[in-house]
Design a protein around this ligand. Structure first.
Ligand SMILES: Cc1ncc(COP(=O)(O)O)c(C=O)c1O
Length: 445
């Protein structure tokens, strides 16, 4: 009879073969890249025009480095970056804490699959849940991917409960949720959908801010209301007061989920960690991306515990999602938001920027209708007839980078580390650009 194994010390792992433990050498690594750009700006633009897909309309500027709120192009010209990669570079460019984290983490561990845990995604999930009050996190690589996950979770949550017919979404006109086929179908702007075939079934669009329209569109088949706290791409349009709480109530009345797309508004951008905090709304699921890792690609979905069963093993995933490099970068951004007072800073500096933009709009009543936004997500509404692309180009020529949102909003989303002095300087230059534009249009007759 075989004797039963005796309790003893745990078995030691086998030593690794020498070929695996040998110190790697990097003697053959390519020389350090690009202190100075190797090609001139015009040449690079030409290559870009020929070799990149052509699905964007980039300005003829090639950026080669940045520091804080300043970007430097291949000619050495400096710009105040009030675009921040469209609300992405929360800590500005080359922030020492973020640079150090990414370098250290890349040297330690860059990627492991989701067949295993990794220290950084576990800790980021814990920290995000503690800061936001959600219970679980799913990580991916972009905003579109995070919204795709939120879409799938909402439908599959009800499917798993046996409510297979509860799959319709309420979404909003003028909204933007991404470029994947599901998120472009949710997006309330027909121009993004044209030519891509039949849109996904089961999405009803209603006017943003119109609770009566939502009430009329609700029904027992609605699984979720998909909404941005501020419509960013749609033209920097904050939800009217009472709208989000009203949606919460309607969702509860119909047993539906409130799904908040915080991709542009989250991570301190509006002066609170999340946009929903302004009205104390409780969401069932939210998505984050953009500023989440300050420029390193990452997306996240945060959810309540009861919903986690909607996506059990095998139903959803992402190869790169939750990789240690992105999660380490995000942990550093999250820590900096609190340690460096960036969230209250966004509220205070956002109010200052808002006041400066309102004054600017008053100085140019023939071109501007006013200012709107929340925190450091703000815009100037141009008058009908003012070409926003022309205005954007003139502002850039004065050394300030902005973006266009909707049909006629010049959008300001500076890094959260921006100073009041930088705000003054940017507004002064935009003022000059608008004056130059007026003179141009006068002399053009
Ligand atoms: C509110 C909102 N949702 C989703 C997205 C899509 O994010 P991504 O471009 O990272 O896929 C964006 C991007 O602008 C956004 O502003």
């Amino acid at each position: 009879m075989p004797s039963s194994p005796k309790p003893g010390p745990a078995p030691q792992p086998q030593p690794l073969p020498q070929s695996v433990v040998e110190e790697p050498t990097y003697a053959d690594a390519p020389a350090e890249r690009g202190q100075a750009p190797r090609l001139g700006q015009d040449e690079l633009v030409e290559i870009g025009k020929q070799r990149l897909l052509g699905n964007y309309r980039p300005a003829p500027v090639v950026f080669v480095r940045g520091e804080g709120c300043v970007l430097v192009d291949a000619r050495g010209d400096r710009y105040l970056d009030f675009a921040a990669g469209v609300a992405v570079n929360a800590l500005g460019h080359a922030h020492p804490k973020l640079v150090r984290t990414i370098a250290d983490q890349a040297a330690r561990l860059m990627h492991v699959s989701n067949y295993f845990y990794n220290e950084e995604n576990v800790l980021l999930a814990k920290e995000l849940c503690e800061k936001t009050g959600f219970d679980r996190a799913f990580f991916c690589n972009s905003g579109g991917e995070a919204n795709e996950a939120m879409f799938k979770l909402a439908r599959r949550h009800f499917y798993a409960k046996g409510q297979k017919d509860k799959y319709r979404f309420i979404a909003f006109e003028n909204s933007f949720h991404g470029r994947t086929l599901a998120t472009v179908s949710l997006t309330g702007n027909p121009s993004y959908k044209e030519g891509f075939g039949p849109k996904l079934e089961g999405i009803t669009h209603v006017p943003y801010g119109d609770l009566e329209a939502v009430r009329a569109a609700m029904g027992p088949d609605v699984c979720g209301i998909f909404v941005e706290p501020v419509q960013g791409e749609g033209g920097v349009m904050p939800a009217p007061p009472g709208f989000l709480p009203g949606l919460r109530k309607l969702a509860d009345e119909h047993g539906a989920l409130l799904l908040l797309d915080e991709i542009q508004t989250g991570m301190g951008r509006t002066g609170k960690l999340l946009g929903l905090e302004h009205e104390g709304v409780r969401a069932d699921v939210i998505t984050l991306a953009k500023g989440l890792a300050g420029g390193f690609p990452i997306g996240a979905m945060l959810l309540r515990e009861e919903l986690a069963g909607g996506l059990p093993p095998g139903t959803h995933g992402s190869t790169f999602g939750g990789n240690p490099l992105a999660c380490a970068a995000s942990r550093t951004v999250l820590a900096a938001l609190y340690d460096d007072g960036l969230i209250e800073g966004a509220a205070k500096k956002g109010a200052y920027l808002g006041q400066k933009l309102a004054e600017l709009a008053k100085r140019h009543p023939d071109m501007c209708e006013g200012e709107r936004g929340q925190g450091l997500l703000r815009g100037i509404l141009l008058k009908q007839g003012v070409d926003p692309r022309l205005a954007l180009g003139r502002v850039r020529e004065k050394g300030v980078l902005l973006t266009i949102a909707g049909n006629r909003v010049l959008r300001f989303t500076p890094p959260l580390i921006v100073t009041e002095r930088e705000i003054d300087e940017a507004v002064r230059r935009v003022d000059d650009a608008l004056s130059a534009l007026r003179l141009e249009s006068i002399s053009a007759g």
